[in-house]
Design a protein around this ligand. Structure first.
Ligand code: SF4
Ligand code: SF4
Ligand code: SF4
Length: 410
């Protein structure tokens, strides 16, 4: 079986196929700290793509409440237990070396969903959920791990919950693709979007069993599987509202909490990201390292990155986002001047921002964070499209508009 390089794991990995030629990769950053759990994203996807018979329980985008919620029920706990059983005590990381772009989270010494399978009868370790497991996209909504009558405070709350926003990760090494005996799943060369060809699918559900994130789903009315298509017509620029420019997906562009920033990043032949600090996603993931992959130890090199919730116990975050979690929370809690500016870009335009620059502005306030004085600057961040044209301009300090003293007569 070929070896590929997985930079989330900081090492080569066994995978069914060679890493394919790819220029760009669909990717996004979700800032968990800002999500209000409104499910506008969930409904935007459902009303666009999954409103037909047989798709009733199909939520390509869902927002679940951790620690208890999951769609399907306990999807992550069940897989973590299987991997632990396959490699008892061995699912560990060595020390992180953040300066190394090919191994920013250190090296994962454990075994992935591919490495715990025999690669012959089974390509991927997974499980097939029961029908009843898919009953709700946000079970245990707003349930905390415990009630804290004594109150709770940062840096880690004793009673806590958070929303986890989930779509298909359009993984660099998709488990769904590796498991499909019909080769019905493919990864597009132009943008790394993972699609399922329903004319080839025979409904064996190997993808549903294999996807560690459970984002491939079965439709009984057609007896085929389906999955998130990354709204590829929008990414390709077929959305009339944005004059044919690459456009953010439906779930990204409706986000009320402004938690999502989606784009396309340049990638090297081995699946690592080409150096491009002017791309806001590259900056957040590689330069600032404030956004992390979900369960990198699964081994699929997912392309949705998360800014972890700063109030949640770090051991939980380390298990979910890998060893970079402490550093990411620290940097988000005390953001650099540049990070504060880049965070303003989230959800300010439907067009995909390919690059940005920060124009320095005046100091406007001084605040105290963890006993340290922090100066605030009213910098402006400008976003550009693929051709370098300005598509958005927003300042750190929200402008104040005073109404005229005279009331209007309407
Ligand atoms: S998240 Fe699942 S369905 Fe999506 S590409 Fe990865 S393995 Fe496939
Ligand atoms: S990217 Fe498009 S298809 Fe995928 S979850 Fe979001 S809205 Fe649905
Ligand atoms: S629309 Fe945005 S804020 Fe609302 S649930 Fe979805 S990700 Fe969270």
């Amino acid at each position: 079986m070929p070896e590929v390089y997985n930079w989330h794991l900081g090492r080569p990995m066994r995978y069914r196929h060679e890493g394919g030629e790819r220029d760009r990769q669909f990717a996004a950053v979700f800032n968990i700290n800002r999500c209000i759990g409104c499910q506008t994203c969930t409904m935007a996807c459902k009303s666009t793509w999954t409103f037909s018979p047989g798709q009733e329980l199909m939520w390509w985008n869902n927002v679940e409440t951790k620690p208890f919620g999951g769609y399907p029920d306990a999807w992550d706990v069940r897989l973590l237990e299987k991997l632990e059983a396959a490699n008892p005590g061995g699912q560990v990381w060595d020390a992180a070396s953040p300066e190394d772009r090919r191994a920013p989270y250190g090296r994962f010494d454990g075994k992935t969903v591919f490495e715990t399978a025999d690669g012959f009868e089974k390509m991927v370790t997974g499980y097939l959920p029961d029908e009843k497991d898919w009953h709700a996209p946000n079970a245990f909504e707003d349930h905390a791990n415990r009630f804290s009558p004594e109150g709770t405070s940062l840096p880690e709350h004793t009673g806590w919950f958070f929303y986890l926003q989930r779509i298909c990760n359009h993984c660099t090494y998709p488990a769904c693709l590796a498991a499909c005996p019909r080769d019905a799943i493919y990864k597009r060369e132009e943008d790394g979007i993972v699609l399922l060809d329903q004319s080839r699918c025979r409904g064996y559900r190997k993808c549903v069993e294999a996807c560690p994130y459970k984002k491939a789903m079965y439709r009984p009315t057609t007896r085929t599987s389906e999955k998130c298509i990354a709204c590829f017509p929008r990414v390709e620029g077929h959305e009339p509202l944005t004059d044919g420019q690459p456009t953010e997906t439906r779930c990204m562009s409706v986000c009320v909490g402004k938690i999502r920033l989606q784009g396309l990043v340049d990638v090297e032949a081995d699946g690592t990201w080409a150096e491009d600090p002017a791309n806001p996603l590259y900056y957040l993931v590689h330069e600032e390292q404030v956004a992390l992959p979900l369960y990198p130890q699964f081994g699929t090199q997912p392309n949705i990155y998360y800014i972890p919730p700063r109030w949640v116990p770090r051991a939980y975050l380390r298990q979910m986002f890998g060893p970079g979690a402490d550093r990411a929370v620290e940097r988000y809690t005390k953001p650099s001047r540049q990070l504060r500016a880049v965070l303003q870009l989230f959800r300010t335009t439907q067009r995909i921002v390919f690059s940005y620059e920060v124009i320095e502005g005046p100091r406007y306030a001084e605040i105290t964070v963890d006993g340290e004085k922090v100066e605030l600057f009213d910098d402006t961040v400008v976003g550009y499209d693929a051709e370098g044209r300005e598509i958005v301009r927003v300042s750190v300090q929200e402008p104040i508009h005073e109404r005229p003293g005279k009331l209007n007569s309407i």
